[in-house]
Ligand binder design. Structure first.
Ligand SMILES: *[C@@H]1O[C@H](CO)[C@@H](O)[C@H](O)[C@H]1NC(C)=O
Ligand SMILES: *[C@@H]1O[C@H](CO)[C@@H](O)[C@H](O)[C@H]1NC(C)=O
Ligand SMILES: *[C@@H]1O[C@H](CO)[C@@H](O)[C@H](O)[C@H]1NC(C)=O
Ligand SMILES: *[C@@H]1O[C@H](CO)[C@@H](O)[C@H](O)[C@H]1NC(C)=O
Ligand SMILES: *[C@@H]1O[C@H](CO)[C@@H](O)[C@H](O)[C@H]1NC(C)=O
Length: 498
């Protein structure tokens, strides 16, 4: 996950972007507001507060129902309150629609800077506490004279915000009627080699076996080239690195391979729309472009938005960019999300698996070093490991899915291995795995589905959530034209292949 795409598309990271907003189906403009929330929800003696930003659209509200599109590690924007699945759910349940901003991201800034001591209150427990306080406020008499007093609450989130939706139902079941998690990883894990395995599988099945082979040939060839100074020069030039590649530095090499190569494929596959992967593979294997796999790979890599204007392979430059403690620094979001991975999740997309073509170019130690250098005097691997164990202990990882949660993943979403699949589903917590689909595709509008299975899945999800919100057995609104057995909805496990 992760590019600082909306600010500066040159640097990559372990994080997500806001899912590209859907096409608006309304002209109404959501309102921006702020709520005063506690800085520390778990220490009654700490009375400090900060301003949490949220967006609000009441054009569909004609009941006490509340639908919240949950913000993750990005700045919120109005698009998700004017179209998409959450909007359609608000439509069918006549609900008010909100979009909450996660503490420390966007303009929700609890501290003046992001120094290591400032980041003490950046973790998901506190962010869930914010959501709980937000929901209590909206359902109270203090919000619009009790217009939504004691209303039912649906959460919709994707990626990390999807994990938050699931964890809200686990931590605050009395506040959440139903939650949808699209592509939400639930199991924290230090090394995450499965990520590049799914990337490889997507390249193989949507592209070709030759595509994977060509990448591997190129990687071997690059490794050979880096043993001579003429070869190093050629690689720097072919891949358009911002400065000369320093082949004697393992950290610079890992920076080149990760920021430059594996993350470019991560971005391709994670955010793929139909046709993206086949066309990338066509270029990577087209021998008319060059008979040299390195030249073909370089030609594709350097044409991608994420490698513009050049690939920054100097580790020291990356560290300098990510240790700027201003919220307005171009790498602030990546710094904040990296902090969360260093103390809560891991999820480092290494090349430790043999089932991927990138050889052993990005080791786990690279990420340890990053945590250490981005957050000096805080991090060591013991902290990382105890943080991961704590996350899995508090939220159960994949060992327990709370009821009234709907989970959905794409079969070609590299995050799917950390998310629930059929084996985790229960009759009160259905899980859908939609083959061939990438990250965060289920929260898009029902009219915007690349496969029929995805379209059907979205309609089932809407109907299921509508029923839990309203108690209706035949669904209303957007889902009303779909024939679906309510018995199947309750007892079925929607595992649609992998
Ligand atoms: C391969 O590249 C050449 C030169 O750019 C182009 O003309 C040709 O259409 C490409 N072939 C395929 C199958 O895309
Ligand atoms: C890289 O591959 C090209 C074409 O296959 C080959 O001509 C060249 O010798 C290789 N270079 C190295 C350093 O292996
Ligand atoms: C940090 O980022 C801010 C905002 O972009 C910038 O004004 C400032 O000069 C940067 N500080 C350093 C030390 O680079
Ligand atoms: C489901 O996830 C578990 C890991 O939690 C994995 O061991 C299993 O292979 C997965 N099943 C399928 C069908 O993908
Ligand atoms: C779906 O598409 C049809 C035809 O393009 C359009 O009439 C309809 O309004 C769309 N529905 C939604 C919910 O966007």
């Amino acid at each position: 996950m992760w590019w600082c795409f909306f600010i500066l598309p040159t640097v990559v990271a372990l994080r997500d972007i806001e899912p590209p907003p859907p096409t608006p189906v309304t002209r109404s403009t959501p309102v921006e507001s702020w709520l005063t929330v506690r800085l520390n929800h778990f220490d009654a003696s700490n009375t400090e507060t900060f301003q949490m930003r949220y967006l609000y659209n009441d054009e569909l509200a004609n009941s006490t129902n509340i639908v919240i599109f949950v913000g993750g590690e990005w700045a919120i924007s109005a698009g998700w309150l004017t179209g998409g699945l959450a909007y359609e759910l608000a439509d069918s349940t006549q609900a008010a629609l909100f979009y909450t901003e996660h503490r420390y991201y966007g303009l929700t800034r609890p501290t003046s800077e992001t120094s290591v001591p400032d980041l003490r209150y950046l973790n998901v427990d506190q962010a869930l506490g914010d959501l709980a306080q937000f929901i209590q406020h909206v359902r109270s008499d203090n919000f619009e004279n009790g217009r939504y007093r004691d209303g039912n609450v649906a959460l919709v989130g994707c990626s990390y915000a999807g994990s938050m939706a699931t964890w809200m139902r686990l931590a605050y079941p009395h506040l959440i009627t139903v939650a949808l998690s699209d592509s939400g990883p639930l199991h924290a894990q230090e090394d995450f080699p499965e990520y590049l395995e799914v990337i490889t599988e997507a390249l193989r099945s949507q592209g070709s076996e030759a595509c994977v082979t060509s990448i591997e040939d190129a990687m071997r060839n690059i490794t050979d080239m880096l043993t001579t100074s003429a070869g190093v020069q050629r690689v720097s030039q072919l891949f358009n690195t911002c400065g000369p590649l320093e082949a004697s530095s393992p950290l610079d090499l890992a920076t080149f391979y990760w920021f430059g190569i594996t993350e470019t494929f991560a971005y391709l596959v994670q955010y793929a729309t139909p046709g993206d992967i086949p066309s990338a593979c066509t270029r990577i294997t087209n021998s008319t472009i060059s008979s040299d796999p390195v030249e073909r790979l370089a030609s594709w890599i350097t044409s991608q938005p994420t490698t513009q204007p050049c690939i920054e392979s100097r580790y020291s430059v990356q560290v300098a960019a990510h240790t700027n403690t201003s919220y307005d620094s171009p790498q602030a979001t990546m710094r904040l999300w990296t902090y969360q991975t260093c103390v809560e999740y891991g999820w480092y997309q290494t090349t430790t698996s043999a089932r991927q073509p990138f050889l052993s170019t990005v080791p786990l130690e690279y990420f340890h070093q990053m945590c250490m250098d981005f957050f000096p005097n805080l991090f060591d691997t013991a902290l990382l490991r105890s943080g991961i164990a704590r996350t899995n202990k508090l939220f159960a990882g994949l060992t327990h899915l709370p009821d009234h949660v709907v989970s959905v993943s794409g079969g070609h979403d590299p995050w799917a291995p950390m998310a629930p699949n059929a084996t985790h589903a229960t009759h009160l917590a259905p899980v859908f795995v939609v083959p061939g689909v990438s990250h965060c595709r289920a929260i898009r509008a029902t009219n915007n589905s690349e496969t029929e299975e995805l379209e059907n899945t979205k309609r089932r999800i809407l109907q299921h959530m509508d029923r839990l919100m309203t108690g209706r057995t035949g669904a209303g609104g957007g889902a009303s034209n779909i024939m679906f057995s309510p018995i199947l909805l309750v007892f079925g496990i929607f595992y649609l292949v992998l």
